[in-house]
Design a protein around this ligand. Structure first.
Ligand code: B16
Ligand code: MG
Length: 222
């Protein structure tokens, strides 16, 4: 069984928008006098906007209409930041890695929890590089449910078991594994349960070496 598609998470893999999510949540939290730290923000990696608000509230309850107003306000702050993104905000190694992936004849997909994924990719000048873009609008159940990865695999017309997912969040690796995909964990979060772990992201990585490593691991396991 050969890998036929690479599927990339966006925030933390292709670009680092976590800082802008932090600033946007922090502005809302400060205005509403809710404590919110960078560590709190780290726990929101790959987590949907709605679930991020519940975690920020730490058990406190607010009305649905107030929740909607807060979510809209956070997103308005976030849009202010991401409207300033440019191709220079691609993470190191991303451009070369995507070119090499395409050169190797693989399909390319995005599976991001963000409802702003298309806008972010537009700003990075990367929208046209992907065959399929799955985002926060694509499915009802967010990561760690497998739904988004299954949706992207189906849209790519590649079985999930022949897709390799690149993710920086624990919830993302859990979701991809549950969908039956192979996984590459990126960065410092709890992603070392992935099939392959790349602590430094896509910088100096290459698709052929990753595919060889997967093949070698498979032969070792028999
Ligand atoms: P939005 P990813 C995720 O993107 C972020 O990591 C997470 O912090 C954010 O809450 C989520 O998207 C939703 O984003 O508010 O723009 O819809 O890592 O799945 O690409
Ligand atoms: Mg991510």
């Amino acid at each position: 069984m050969a890998i036929r598609a690479f599927v990339f998470d966006l925030d933390g893999v292709i670009t680092d928008t976590a800082e802008y999510h932090y600033r946007a949540w922090k502005r809302l939290a400060d205005d509403e006098r809710i404590p919110f730290t960078r560590e709190d923000n780290d726990a929101l990696r790959g987590v949907s906007r709605q679930e991020s608000l519940s975690r920020l509230l730490k058990g406190r309850s607010i009305s649905e209409s107030l929740a909607q107003e807060w979510l809209a306000r956070k997103n308005a702050h976030y849009l202010e930041y991401i409207n300033q993104l440019s191709p220079q905000d691609r993470l190191p190694g991303v451009t070369a890695f995507l070119n090499a992936t395409r050169g190797a004849g693989l399909k390319l997909g995005i599976a991001s929890a963000s409802k702003n994924a298309r806008l972010v990719l537009d700003r990075l000048g990367l929208t046209g590089r992907f065959d399929v873009i799955g985002n926060g609008h694509s499915v009802a159940n967010p990561k760690p449910a497998p739904d988004l990865f299954l949706w992207v695999a189906e849209a790519l017309q590649v079985p999930a078991s022949e897709s390799l997912v690149f993710e920086d969040a624990e919830a993302g690796i859990d979701a991809a594994k549950c969908a039956g995909c192979l996984t590459v964990g990126i960065g410092k979060a709890k992603v070392n349960h992935a099939d392959i772990y790349l602590p430094n992201g896509l910088e100096n990585a290459n698709p052929a070496a990753i595919l060889s490593q997967l093949e070698a691991d498979r032969s070792t396991r028999g």
